[in-house]
Each structure stands twice: as C-alpha cells, then as structure tokens.
Design a protein around this ligand. Structure first.
Ligand SMILES: Nc1ncnc2c1ncn2[C@@H]1O[C@H](COP(=O)(O)OP(=O)(O)OP(=O)(O)O)[C@@H](O)[C@H]1O
Ligand SMILES: Cc1ncc(COP(=O)(O)O)c(N)n1
Length: 272
C-alpha cells in the first residue's frame, strides 16, 4: 500500500505501555507494525486501565522484567528499528537506557509520551530529567507533539517559527533528527522534521475528526517500520505522515469517547 519493500520478516520492537482499549500504546504499535508489513515485538513497561473515555489506573512493570524482556529479544531477534513510548518513571527510563546500551541499537524512535489525550499524566514529573539525560541522546529521531516539545525545551509554541526554535533546542540534546508534530496547533496539520542538514515540512489538511486516540503512537510506529524497511528519514516520515492521515480519515466510533484510528489491514493471499 504505502511501499513495495515488503518483507514481513523484518523485526521491529516497541517498548511502551499497554492500552487496554487497544487504541494507543503497545496495541496501536503492533497494529501499525502488522499493517505496514513488519514482524512486531513488544516490551511492556506499564499496564494502563484505559478506554476511549480516559485512563483510570496505571501499574508500572518492575524494572527487572523490563530489562529481561529487552535482553532476551536482543539476544535472539535483533530489531531493525524500535520505538520507545510510555516509560513513566525515572528508574524505568534508566533501566531501559542501561540495557539498550549493551547492544547495537539502530533506528531508535522516541515518542516522548507525557499526557494522554484524555488528560492523564503518563510520565511522572520527576521522570522528565532522566528522559532528557539518558534516553533522548540515544535516539535517531524523537517525535514530540508541541506540548511535549514545550515541556522539554521551555519554549512556548504557537506557530511554525516557534516549532523551529524548539526543534533546534531539542537537537542540542543529542538525537539525530527531531519531528515536532503540529497536530495540536490551529490550521493544517503540519509536522516539522529537522536535523543533519534537513529542515522539511510534512503537511496535510486538518481533518475534522473526533477519533484521534493513538495518533502519536501510530505515527512513531509507522516511522519505525519505514526505517526498518530501509527508507531514509525523509521518506520514512513522509510515508508515515501519509499513513497517519489516512488512518485518521478512516477513524471510527467505537466506545463512548475518543475512538481509534483505522489501520488498513489488507488480506494478502500471497506475499513472502
Ligand atoms: N485533525 C488532524 N488532521 C490531520 N492530521 C492530524 C490531526 N491531528 C493530528 N494529526 C497528525 O497526526 C500525527 C500525530 O500528531 P499529534 O500532534 O496528534 O500527536 P500526539 O499528540 O503525540 O498524539 P497522541 O496524543 O496520540 O500521543 C501528526 O502527523 C499530526 O500532524
Ligand atoms: C499506553 C499509552 N501510551 C500512549 C498513550 C497516548 O495516546 P493518546 O494521547 O492518544 O491518549 C496512551 N493513551 N496510552
């Protein structure tokens, strides 16, 4: 659909929280991985009791089992690309950074998840420092929305110029590329990619849809698949922007709150 470099055996990994209602977190990531023809694996960092109306409880997973999950995956099926989503506590963040540092980590996408669309804090306040210090410097690309970029840089973002200024400051923290997502601003949905000589906008019309649960998780997972399939960063972001736009366009009502986006499964009779 969005590319022809099909190889369902390309292993990709998500390190993130579980969303019991299936619209965001690990579940959105795995759906995206499958839809974009990769072999998805997961390391669960937290369990959320969540539905389309909100997040009702969170239980963090012990850092020992998080470490073990990463180790056994890397020692058996080395991911071609991976993402980190909800990581909630300073200890969990440090553990993930320490464990990943033992391996050759390629194409690390970090979605610095902070607050759910329903307004629940998914990153403890005291965890921000470790996220900035240990994880963000390891990233190939980070994908903050404007609120997250503001929270990390202290720069207030209202327009594209502010996004550029924040992106420059985020690059100083060490990732190779930054994609600041403009989904929460007014007007068209414009995302800004910056880093390593690249400064490019990815634009789509703003779609008037209420069901946008998991858009950020879906976009970052799509980028993981495209990097794993061998696309360069601009192609990876461009393909993923097309994917999320179609997924939002086809989002649907399920449950009573903010519903999920749609992941275009196609039944493929052949394939490899
Ligand atoms: N209404 C919309 N119409 C079109 N594109 C949108 C819309 N809302 C968000 N997007 C796009 O969806 C992608 C995700 O952006 P968004 O700013 O929603 O991320 P996010 O806030 O991290 O998501 P989440 O809240 O799920 O974590 C971006 O490419 C953004 O431009
Ligand atoms: C486990 C988990 N990870 C991430 C999100 C962010 O998604 P959204 O902002 O769309 O609620 C979430 N709600 N739950």
């Amino acid at each position: 659909m969005i590319n022809n470099k099909t190889n369902y055996r390309v292993p990709v990994l998500t390190i993130a929280g579980s969303d019991s209602s299936g619209g965001a977190g690990i579940q959105a990531d795995l759906k995206t991985f499958s839809a974009l023809k990769t072999f998805g694996m997961s390391v669960i960092t937290a369990i959320t009791a969540q539905n389309t109306r909100g997040v009702f409880a969170v239980e963090e997973i012990s850092k020992e089992i998080i470490k073990k999950q990463i180790e056994v995956i890397f020692e058996d099926i080395h991911p071609k690309a991976l993402k980190i989503g909800m990581v909630s506590s300073p200890d969990i963040i440090k553990q993930i950074a320490d464990t990943l540092s033992k391996y050759e980590v390629n194409n690390l996408v970090i979605d610095p998840v902070m607050i759910s669309k329903s307004g629940y804090s998914l990153l403890r306040t005291e965890a921000k420092e470790n996220l900035i210090k240990y994880l963000i410097p390891m990233a190939y690309i980070i994908t903050p929305n404007t609120m997250e970029a503001e929270e990390i840089t202290g720069i207030h973002i209202e327009n594209l110029e502010d996004m550029k200024e924040a992106a420059k400051k985020l690059l100083e923290l060490g990732p190779k590329y930054v994609l600041v997502k403009g989904g929460h601003l007014d007007g068209d949905a414009v995302d800004l990619l910056m880093g390593d000589g690249v400064c490019e906008l990815f634009e789509s019309k703003r779609l008037d849809r209420k069901n946008t649960h998991g858009t950020g998780c879906t976009l970052s997972s799509a980028i993981v698949t495209q990097l794993a399939h061998g696309y360069d960063v601009k192609e990876a972001v461009g393909n993923s922007k097309n994917y999320i736009t179609k997924a939002i366009e086809n989002s649907f009502d399920i449950g009573h709150g903010i519903g999920p986006v749609h992941h275009f499964y196609e039944f493929d009779k052949g394939g490899n």
